[in-house]
Design a protein around this ligand. Structure first.
Ligand code: ASP
Length: 409
């Protein structure tokens, strides 16, 4: 066994034994929740310094501000295109499988964070790009304004010549040091993922109860999982292969630590340190591309979430017997894309921004209550898809940047 692969194999053993223990020992496994929390907090603790230093080093690595602009456009086109494909795929699946037909909506309790949520408008999404207080944003892990600030700050540093260089060198050092800390934290990753998975499945009442819940919404869960799998196992690898010529299986193996962490934490943001490590060190994506693309991706690029939002909206419409015609489905398509961009990279954020999609086509919020019992599980699957989309994005942007920006072909 290759020495470098040990960690991945241990993490896989951690997840499988976590499922096993959570399944059979149920609530008792909540006793190990604290271990999972420590792992999660250690990762989260690195996120803010990592984002600030990554964006600054990434932007300055790209060179002058025009190159940053071009690379930014390539990145956004990749994000928008893959999110749009994912939503379209979700809509196709849900219209073919019709998981909501014949299901009666039972009024589940909608948590206050959702029912009290005003529908997000497009202007709110733009407003969330900036903040009047960066320290406040950092304290609340409100990541988008920090990404935007660091992007502008890094861009400006490149224009300062001699005065800017030591500042860039400082953040470069910070970034290297943070990545070393990531290495250290990953030593406890196998036990961390074990504890996260076992305690969450335990909190859901163990395997039997979870299975009963998932079976109640069986067709819906199947539609989501089939959609995510098609996107993650077919669409994204094809893009990777045709744009970069890389072998998707090798890329997957090298990104697996990030995907297992995403599955266990249900948070793209908390996974970011591991995503960067896998892209840079294992998949050998250039440092400037991975440091530029991944922090933005963890915040705005959520293919899995976008698909989930569209499938859920149509599922709820089918349950309550509201027929959504082509025009309404276009609205679902657009709002689901926006809702995914607006969703933070934290657990169950997609459920909260779904309010926007449901409002747009006049569907009842109570529908969300139905999804709660299995959302924690589907959240993990969509988070892994989100992180996989970001990881592939880093390689795609790396290749295109090299070709069109660096060499100016
Ligand atoms: N948990 C997801 C993420 O962090 C967001 C969501 O709820 O869909 O990527």
């Amino acid at each position: 066994m290759n020495k470098k692969n040990y960690l991945l194999y241990f993490m896989l053993v951690g997840i499988v034994s976590g499922i096993f223990c959570g399944w059979f020992y149920g609530e008792k496994m909540q006793a190990v929740e604290w271990i999972g929390d420590i792992f999660l907090d250690l990762l989260k603790m690195l996120v803010i310094p990592l984002i600030v230093s990554s964006m600054i080093v990434g932007v300055s690595g790209l060179g002058d501000i025009r190159k940053v602009g071009k690379t930014g456009v390539i990145t956004l086109v990749y994000f928008m295109a893959t999110t749009a494909i994912s939503v379209a795929l979700g809509l196709l699946m849900v219209n073919l499988i019709n998981p909501g037909l014949g299901v009666t909506m039972t009024a589940g309790e909608v948590p206050a964070k959702i029912s009290e949520k005003e529908a997000l408008g497009i202007t709110d999404i733009f407003k969330s790009f900036v903040s009047d207080n960066l320290v406040d944003s950092m304290a609340n892990m409100d990541i988008l304004p920090i990404v935007i600030f660091s992007l502008i700050f890094g861009g400006v540093l490149t224009t300062l010549g001699d005065k800017g260089r030591p500042v860039i060198a400082f953040f470069d050092g910070v970034n290297e040091a943070i990545m070393k800390v990531v290495h250290l934290v990953m030593y406890i990753a196998p036990i961390g993922v074990f504890a996260l998975v076992a305690s969450k499945l335990g909190a859901a009442g163990g395997g039997e109860l979870f299975w009963a819940e998932i079976m109640k919404l069986g067709k819906f869960a199947l539609t989501v999982l089939l959609g995510l799998l098609t996107h993650a196992a077919v669409v994204l690898p094809l893009i990777l292969y045709f744009v970069t010529g890389r072998n998707p299986l090798v890329y997957l193996k090298n990104a697996s630590e990030a995907l297992t962490t995403a599955f266990s934490t249900a948070s793209s943001s908390a996974t970011l340190p591991v995503t960067v490590e896998c892209a840079e060190e294992k998949n050998k994506v250039s440092r400037k591309a991975s440091l530029f693309v991944l922090p933005i991706g963890a915040t705005v690029n959520m293919d899995g979430t976008a698909m989930y939002e569209s499938v859920s909206a149509i599922f709820i419409a089918q349950m309550v017997g509201i027929h959504l015609g082509f025009g309404d489905q276009v609205i679902v398509f657009l709002t689901a894309t926006l809702a995914a961009i607006g969703a933070a990279g934290i657990p169950e954020a997609g459920l909260v921004t779904m309010v926007m999609v449901l409002h747009a086509v006049g569907l009842p919020l109570e529908g969300i209550g139905m999804l709660l019992s299995i959302d924690w599980f589907l959240d993990r699957c969509r988070t892994a898809t989100n992180v996989w989309g970001d990881s592939i994005g880093a390689a795609v942007v790396d290749t295109l940047e090299e070709k069109y920006v660096e060499k100016g072909e």
